[in-house]
Design a protein around this ligand. Structure first.
Ligand SMILES: O=c1ccn([C@@H]2O[C@H](COP(=O)(O)O)[C@@H](O)[C@H]2O)c(=O)[nH]1
Length: 271
């Protein structure tokens, strides 16, 4: 199955557009996990097992693992998802971007080392910098378009000619030229619903990864109404901290499940 096929199956099977983000910060872990060598794996495994039937995908953010020399725990986590929850695609959020020869190594890292189904990448260096990921025909390539942070406007809102903004140019370029094999998606922040609507209009039914609800305060109703596809899906709406740190004690996974279920249901109300 390709990334997009597994995503479509998970949308339907779990009736969910929720992407559970895995951004493990040991300083926020419950006391009983702190000090353990495998704390990052164990924390994320508990969250994954508690939410797998509520999510359409998982998104580990690589910086949280690499910063603590915990890449082995990321490998183990993705292997665990593959074995225990085989229908849920994994997006490696790495936001890579470099010349082709280096991008080849990043692609090996994402797809062969970690076994991710999709990777996030920065389109800023152009098509040849993205080709090495696209060469993995069954994998997904999710390109930054209109990011959720306020500073995203510094560049993404620049007029690139004729009143077209840079993020609109990226959306059109990816949809019309880079997506020949139907494996691309775009990142558009929930903090900018008007731009989500614009990207949806430019890209047809292309899947959109939408971070920015939960801790960043994005509005779920506005996000879904702006970004849903004609079929009422088309979105991977990410929430990380609001789910991961919903509880602080030994029952943290139950608390995470509760918030994940509420978030999925809130999203579904507006599909
Ligand atoms: O534009 C973007 C692109 C990626 N992210 C990532 O999503 C999560 C958001 O975490 P929350 O705790 O739900 O705010 C995080 O991994 C970011 O690196 C983003 O926020 N915005």
């Amino acid at each position: 199955m390709t990334f997009i096929e597994s995503l479509q199956a998970a949308w339907t099977r779990n009736d969910s557009l929720l992407c559970v983000g895995l951004d493990p910060d040991p300083a926020k872990f419950p006391v009983h996990l702190q000090g353990r060598n495998d704390a990052i794996f164990e924390f994320c495994r508990s969250i994954v097992d508690a939410t797998a039937d509520l999510a359409c995908c998982f998104k580990p953010q690589i910086a949280y693992f690499a910063a603590r020399r915990a890449e082995d725990q990321l490998e183990a986590l993705i292997a665990h998802i593959r074995i225990t929850h085989p229908g849920i695609p994994v997006i490696l959020d790495a936001k890579r971007g470099d010349i082709g020869s280096t991008a080849e190594q990043y692609a090996v890292e994402a797809f062969e080392r970690y076994g991710a189904d999709a990777v996030t990448a920065n389109p800023y260096m152009g098509r040849d910098s993205v080709e090495p990921y696209l060469a993995y025909r069954n994998k997904g390539v999710i390109l930054l378009c209109r990011t959720s942070n306020p500073g995203g406007s510094d560049l993404q809102f620049l007029d690139v000619g004729g009143g077209v903004k840079l993020y609109e140019h990226v959306a059109r370029l990816v949809a019309e030229e880079w997506n020949g094999n139907g494996q691309c998606a775009l990142v558009v922040g929930a903090t900018f619903p008007a731009e989500i609507a614009r990207v949806r209009a430019l890209t047809g039914d292309m899947p959109l990864l939408v971070p920015g609800i939960g801790a960043q305060g994005g509005d779920i109703e506005a996000t879904v109404k702006a970004g849903r596809s004609a079929a009422g899906s088309g979105l991977m709406i990410n929430s990380s901290r609001a789910i991961l740190y919903a509880g602080k004690d030994e029952n943290f996974a139950d608390a995470a499940r509760r918030v994940a279920a509420e978030t999925r249901d809130a999203i579904n109300r507006f599909r």
